[in-house]
Design a protein. Sequence first.
Length: 371
Amino acid sequence: MFRIFKSVILVLVIVLLSLSIYSSSASQAACNNGACNGFTKDNAPIFTVQYTSLTTIYHEVIRGDYVANGTSLRNEPWDIITINGIPAGATIEKSFLVWAILNDTIVPSTIMVNGTLFNGVLAGTDIDYCWGADHSYVFYADVTSVVTGNGVYNVSGYPTGVADFSDPWGSFVLPFAEGASLIVIYSLPTEPLREIVVLIGDISTVGFPIGTPINATININYPIATPIEAKNTWIVADGQNNFLYDRALFEGVVVAGPGSSIRVDDAFPGLDHRTGASSHGALWDTLTIDVSDLVSPGDTSFIASIQMQNDCLGYVANIFSIKVETKTPAVVGGEIIESNGSIESFMSISITLVSLAIAITYSYSIYRKKH
């Protein structure tokens, strides 16, 4: 009987160790293929997916809301972001700057807003957006200290290979600064209570078949108030006005691009501000849309998506706000999407089970010796 018991335990140990090793190696292998050298928007192949899912960096319920706007940065030493829509008397609760850089290797995460230097956090990396660099890098920084309200904010001090405001289709020196968006969250006692969720990451559409919806999952904790008031902002890198038919979706419904009444030809044609020259747009979009009609009172999660048809895009951030009731949270947590936590959890469980199996075997052998 004891020999059979030992054999079963031994098989269990071997299986668990094998699964642990396999999971670990599979996770590492998914991030090894990022080269995009020599390819263009017309012939870029599909690569092994290595994206960083959009993950929550801010999730709060306040009496207030947010505004967001962006600018191009390609081939520029600086550019400006104009913020409007903050009510008089509001208090700035939090401000984030998010930006993207294309390069063969990691670049410094420094950037300046109105002359103040900030060290950013690397939020995500993926293959580049068909410009011949090996990687895309998305950063964000808490810039609350310099944001005072509505106004014009100067962005500078980021890595760029060219700094003469030249056309991105005429000068090609890495690194390529794509663009930047400023997200400003404010409070005001007279405003409704709103739940605000900010997600940042880096998902290049190059890693997916054409037409595949690229998703960001938004989770909320508080009951939705009626009448429903909700809006969503898509921050997308590398949109161009010569590659049309890209779409923005919310809960699977097209809200911008072909099939909608907003930006009917292309949801992401590079419409953010740009000071320098450009043949085909600003390569950056900060698109905000009212999505109240797509929300139901009992909802606790939502899917915001982008869909590429002809362009190579980078889904770098998503912001959502919704009016909620002043009650106990309906759910707890649920703020991180598509992380690698499942693999890490499996590894932890596997190691625990292996240790338990070894302990049981050892304890039983001691028991047999004594009896």
